[in-house]
Write a protein that binds this ligand. Sequence first.
Ligand code: MRU
Length: 370
Amino acid sequence: MRPTEIPAIRWEEPPEGPVLVLLDQTRLPAEEVELVCTDASALVEAIRSLAVRGAPLLGIAGAYGVALAAARGFDVPEAARALEGARPTAVNLSVGVRRAESAYQAVLARTGDPTAAAVAALAAARALHQEDAEASARMAAHGLTLLDELLPAGGHRILTHCNTGSLVSGGEGTAFAVALAAHRAGRLRRLWVDETRPLLQGARLTAYEAARSGMPYTLLTDNAAGSLFAAGEVDAVLIGADRIAADGSVANKVGSYPLAVLARYHHVPFIVVAPVTTIDPDTPDGASIEVEQRPGFEVTEIVAPQVAAAGAAGGIPVAPLGTQAYNPAFDVTPPELVTAIVTEEGAVSPVTAESLAGLCARSRRTADPA
Ligand code: MRU
């Protein structure tokens, strides 16, 4: 069951022309409000402001964005470059954009017909959307199997960070989907939800999804995680990923790396759940991952997310005027701190360049058996 009646993303074709309808995530959990994009530039803005966010959903949105530009007669390569550049870290965004753009270009080259090419771009976006839902279900199954192997006693107490459920996916998400599968199997004792400063994706979105799904969950400030580990209250950490480099380095929401360090110190499995599309063979290592830097006011002020979305300060100051802030949106966890990466093709552990390359090769064979 989706946590909300409004899907995270949907394509509609009213008489005035096709639109992409998003659930505006900056307004959650207070309000479920739709955001209607009539062109790719509105979608670029929605991506930058985090109205639509999370790696798999960014890929799906990017693909639909290309389809929207094509269907409305805009310059498709120009729209594609703008969409790809909207946020730098989640590789899924450019994977989605390029998939729809290639479908468009292939049909255009063959037929010279932009209408037929637009139809192909939309078909590619729809296929990606559907594949993500299927990948999500398979990640949940593989992740639950792994959890049961690592923690045979059951009664899992899982700590998660940021937001990885149906708000970021065509299905039930990545890490959250595994926790949900454990809940449905009667094996989740507690989901510990990091609030995820500064934009509170954990408090606003994961707690919202957990509550809607009837899961036993508890919210904590990010800096309370250490004492939770020390008290022996965490059996596993489950997070998603925005980009996994070829060497297995994992970029995810800032605050993930300290959890990996804590998990290693306390001998707790640190598990990353992500679709194969999040693995980027063209990024060799963690140092090569571009980490998005966000405006300082998100840290120096308490801002309502929709105000932050507008790119404006104007919240309640929590630091002296003029204070400089360090505000990376993501951090990078080295592979040696990752117990396993779970994908729709199965889990890899230990995480090495070789094990990841093997997984990607397996995935390519599944996609293209010839
Ligand atoms: O800045 P956001 O909210 O887009 O960051 C999202 C995350 O870091 C998620 O954990 C990541 O995309 C994995 S989503 C399945």
